[in-house]
Design a binder for this molecule. Structure first.
Ligand SMILES: [Fe+2]
Length: 295
């Protein structure tokens, strides 16, 4: 197994590991340690069937199917297919010059109390242009906070809301075929998360303010809270914290959803792009559900 840094921002590419190979418990633990340490791990040159991708989640805690609608692929329960091509190979919805599938910075399932541990995205059809996944490490953005911001966010909480996601924040919904009818407003009750939390496994502090879900700061109402929220988003989304992964065919990209934000660059319609994804099982509740508003 050879490790190479993905960029100066961290994350590693792993060559020489076949995720379908039989492993000893020690080898599984070594993979989990690698995941916990780096949080972003790209396994090169994989050749996976759908079922093998689901099974590849085993050393990292196993997979779950609820992302955010139960993924029920007939070949592999728990797997989601994201593609800008329909089953007949035609472009959906069909403009070669438009970008499809762009999504802003978010955590997965940041609108529930116990979000998935992470995800594996597997590049099945890799476009010549676009199709990238962006990553921002919440440990790095926390470590780089100014003294002033760090002291101001200490002990504060963010209200994370499914309904905060504007339709333009993601156009995935326009062409994903699994359960799009269920991706409606009001589907999830708002949750409250600490803005800074220790990573449940490593204990390293993570700055948590996912722009897609962060509706407001619980303890700071009005313009002061809005200004603080803007300052946090500006800090977190600086170019210098962004790593954009350009897929090679067969890349299986694993990341820690308790630590990283991610985003999608989108793909020009003229290129086919298909990824399969599985979500890793959640365990601790990072947030807690708020009561529904009194009716
Ligand atoms: Fe996502």
């Amino acid at each position: 197994m050879q490790l190479h840094r993905l960029s100066d921002l961290g994350g590693v590419r792993v060559d020489g590991v076949d995720l379908t190979a039989r492993r000893t418990p020690e080898e599984d633990r070594a993979l989990m340690t690698l995941f916990n340490q780096h949080g972003l791990v790209v396994f090169s040159d994989q050749k996976l069937t759908k079922r093998q991708l689901v099974e590849a989640g085993a050393p990292f805690g196993g997979t779950m199917s609820n992302v955010p609608v139960p993924a029920a692929d007939p070949e592999a329960v728990g797997l989601s297919v994201l593609s800008n091509r329909g089953a007949d190979g035609n472009l959906v919805p069909g403009d070669p010059d438009r970008m499809y599938g762009a999504a802003g910075w978010h955590t997965d399932q940041g609108y529930v109390a116990a979000p998935n541990r992470g995800k594996i995205l597997y590049g099945v059809q890799v476009p010549e242009e676009g199709g990238m996944t962006g990553f921002i490490d919440g440990q790095s953005t926390y470590a780089a906070l100014s003294e002033d911001l760090r002291s101001r966010v200490e002990g504060l909480h963010v209200i994370q809301s499914w309904d905060h996601m504007r339709p333009e924040a993601s156009d995935e919904r326009k062409y994903r075929q699994d359960g799009e009818k269920e991706l409606t407003r009001g589907r999830f009750v708002d949750v409250v998360y600490p803005i800074v939390y220790p990573h449940p496994i490593t204990g390293t502090k993570v700055l948590n303010f996912p722009p897609m879900w962060a509706a407001r700061i619980a303890e700071v109402p009005g313009p002061e809270g809005e200004a603080l929220a803007r300052a946090l988003v500006e800090h977190i989304t600086q170019q210098k914290f962004q790593y954009w992964h350009r897929y090679r065919l067969g890349d299986a990209v694993l990341w820690d959803n308790w630590r990283f934000l991610h985003a999608a660059s989108g793909t020009p319609g003229r290129y086919a792009r298909t990824v399969w994804s599985v979500a890793l099982r959640s365990s601790p509740e990072l947030g807690r559900a708020l009561q529904t508003a009194a009716e």
